[in-house]
Write a protein that binds this ligand. Structure first.
Ligand code: HAM
Length: 418
């Protein structure tokens, strides 16, 4: 037997209801907020990700699925979609539009990480990217969308953590202060962090190793080294969140695993997910469009991990009453009459099903129960001869007769008022 790949999961029909609920909510909310869908490719040139996410990040250093195309060029399965969205924004000259471009997307992403609950090698994101607005209002809009999304799905115990990484110009001076501190505590840091000191010292703050966390507890904070403009931006974002009554926690360690961020970074976590508890995260990336060859364009966005969202979804969120009608038909006249009823019900959008392998009433009713039908239309030869059907309520077991010609309309009324 050929098995699926480690860390790459099938989403089976029994789980799909939860996914559809989350995806529908995401799409609706994004549209309500004025975002429009963009669909970008699943693979891009490797250089796009190296230049945007950063050559010395974990993602680019060790997690990308990179392969050589037949012409020798290097391609990579996207580890995230911000880079692709920015490339598309530049390539299709979306900056020329007089309205600001607010885009959203769904789709699979690929990272060669160690698989565990909530961490996969193929996972799915819903994300938004808002281009062209440098104002704190854009940060607030995006964060409020993210917060509302998880709140309306009823995810338990949400925490919004927020930080500012300052403008690109604030970083070098802070890096020096941080490095000075790290050098003094180097012997307490893990191998990985010692290496990061040379390549990407900010990432040391994000290390999950308890010894590293303890050693950096009193590390200088980037938020104490912000320029006046960056400080003003951050304060305005925080004030905006306060005025919307969105609670947040300041986390000076929130440096994020991607290098393109400037100013605001944020992450939402929920309990009940174990170690992989970040359900969504993002931030501002004012330099990325220019880095990739486009015009100077401020931007801010986030991505939600859909596997984690589905995992954390309370079971009550998915319990919608069944509107399924099962058609139980049998006999030489009953069977074709049943086919006709199914055809008519489906034509007016009623969810209707049968099991064509089954030919006795008893087996039909068993299947109707298994499929979770709310009503069953029973039609055998006797009913067909009298132009009748029997409607059985699957919960109360009550049965009533109806003329065959009015089944579709009567059921529509009955289901809509249920
Ligand atoms: P990220 O923090 O790398 O950001 O990913 C966002 C979310 O994707 C995470 O919070 C998590 O829920 C989910 N996620 C990440 N890796 C995995 C994995 N291996 N398995 C399951 N879920 C995962 C980004 O991707 C940025 N592009 C977000 C962004 C958009 N920033 C600005 N715009």
């Amino acid at each position: 037997m050929i098995r699926g790949i480690k860390g790459v999961k099938d989403i089976l029909p029994d789980e799909v209801g939860r996914w559809q609920l989350v995806e529908t909510a995401a799409r609706r909310l994004a549209e309500v907020y004025g975002f429009r869908e963009i669909r970008v490719p699943i693979f891009e040139t490797t250089e796009l990700f190296a230049r945007s996410i950063g050559a010395s990040t974990d993602i680019v250093e060790k997690e990308m699925y990179t392969f050589q195309d037949r012409d020798g060029s290097s391609l990579t399965l996207r580890p995230e979609a911000t880079a692709g969205a920015v490339r598309a924004y530049i390539e299709h000259n979306l900056s020329a539009s007089p309205t600001s471009q607010k885009l959203y997307y769904f789709g699979p992403m690929f990272r060669h990480e160690r698989p565990q609950a909530g961490r996969l090698r193929q996972f799915h994101q819903f994300g938004v990217e808002s281009f062209g607005c440098a104002e704190p209002a854009a940060d607030i809009e995006v964060i409020s969308l993210l917060w509302r999304f998880f709140s309306m799905l009823g995810l338990p115990d949400l925490t919004l953590e927020i930080n500012s990484l300052g403008e690109a110009g604030d970083r070098p001076a802070y890096k020096e202060v941080l490095l000075e501190f790290l050098k003094k505590h180097e012997e307490k840091l893990c191998q990985n962090c010692r290496r990061r000191m040379a390549t990407n010292p900010l990432r040391v703050l994000d290390c999950k190793v308890p010894e590293c966390r303890a050693a950096t507890e009193h590390a200088p904070k980037l938020t104490d080294h912000l320029s006046a403009a960056a400080r003003g931006h951050f304060d305005a974002v925080l004030a905006g969140l306060q005025s919307l009554a969105i609670p947040f926690t300041l986390n000076p360690r929130l440096v994020r695993g991607l290098d393109y961020y400037t100013l605001t970074t944020f992450e939402i976590t929920t309990t009940h997910l174990g170690a992989q508890n970040a359900v969504g995260a993002g931030g501002r990336y004012d330099g990325l469009v220019e880095t990739l060859g486009g015009p100077k364009t401020p931007a801010v966005g986030f991505a939600v991990g859909l596997e984690r969202t589905v995992l954390a979804l309370p079971s009550t969120a998915v319990q919608t009453p069944s509107k399924l009608v099962y058609v139980a038909s049998f006999g030489l006249q009953g069977q074709p009459a049943g086919q006709r009823v199914l055809y008519d019900l489906r034509a007016i959008g009623i969810q209707a099903n049968t099991d064509n392998r089954v030919s006795s009433l008893k087996s039909h009713l068993k299947q109707a129960d298994r499929l979770g039908a709310s009503l069953t239309v029973i039609i055998g030869d006797d009913e067909a001869a009298k132009d009748l059907v029997v409607i059985r309520d699957m919960t109360t077991k009550e049965q009533v007769e109806l003329p065959l010609s009015s089944v579709a309309n009567s059921l529509r009324t009955r289901l809509n008022t249920a």
